[in-house]
Design a protein around this ligand. Structure first.
Ligand code: PGA
Length: 233
């Protein structure tokens, strides 16, 4: 694990941008993408850059169950707005949260087989989840349907002003994430400090999903000083 501590989140986003740029220039073709607040600045840098993904593919980590792609809270919509409408990929894949879940899961697993991820981008949950793999998820898990934890549903409530707050999602599993050739994880701010410390310094355990990354041979963790504040080594 390579851990880079930057002064600010913007500096961290810039480091991640450089990793994407290098990966693209080396001929990498499949990019694993993430949603949430953390990668927004990186996506903005990509939107404003001359990077060209039109010959590359993207696969996203997860999608809520029950939200149509045109629902502003769906991750389909997020990706369209934050990246794809300015930087289109040759093809972009995101789990289908609307069709029969078993069909969606099998379809996504075959996409991941056909398009093995070269560079996977990750954010980090306050409880150290990656994708929607909450504590307790087996390390061997592949794409699956997830019941969101009470705290995730609650923290989503602020964004979902209308009544329907999703309770489930389809997510790449921890094993699907570990299959990526390279992984870059971003975590910024004090609220991530405890998860960062556990991810890096605790023994790998299903209680800390992101600790599985210690077992991968090409991971770069980019954290700002606030998120790094509880690291002891
Ligand atoms: P955030 O979410 O980027 O919105 O903090 C990260 C995550 O929960 O994976």
């Amino acid at each position: 694990m390579l851990v880079l501590v930057t002064k600010s989140a913007s500096e961290g986003a810039l480091k991640a941008f450089d990793i994407f740029k290098e990966s693209l220039s080396q001929g990498d073709k499949v990019f694993g993408l993430a949603t949430g607040g953390t990668p927004e600045e990186l996506y903005e840098m990509i939107r404003e850059s001359d990077l060209d993904f039109s010959n590359a593919y993207s696969v996203n980590l997860d999608e809520y169950c029950g939200l149509e792609p045109n629902n502003p809270h769906s991750y389909h919509y997020y990706m369209q707005e934050k990246l794809f409408k300015v930087k289109p990929f040759k093809e972009s894949f995101i789990p289908d949260g609307v069709i029969d879940e078993q069909v969606a899961i099998e379809a996504y697993e075959s996409i991941l087989k056909e398009y093995p991820v070269d560079l996977q981008l990750l954010g980090l949950g306050r409880n150290a989840h990656i994708g929607f793999n909450e504590p307790g998820t087996p390390f061997t898990q592949r794409t699956h349907k997830v019941a969101l934890t009470h705290s995730t549903i609650e923290s989503n409530q602020q964004y979902f002003k209308e009544s329907f707050v999703p309770t489930h999602a389809i997510s790449m599993g921890l094993q699907s994430i570990m299959d990526a050739k390279k992984i870059v994880l971003l975590a910024f701010g004090e609220s991530k400090a405890e998860a960062v410390q556990l991810m890096i310094e605790s023994e790998p355990s299903v209680d800390v999903p992101a600790s599985i990354l210690q077992l991968h041979n090409d991971v770069t963790i980019i954290v700002d000083e606030k998120a790094a504040s509880l690291l002891t080594k």
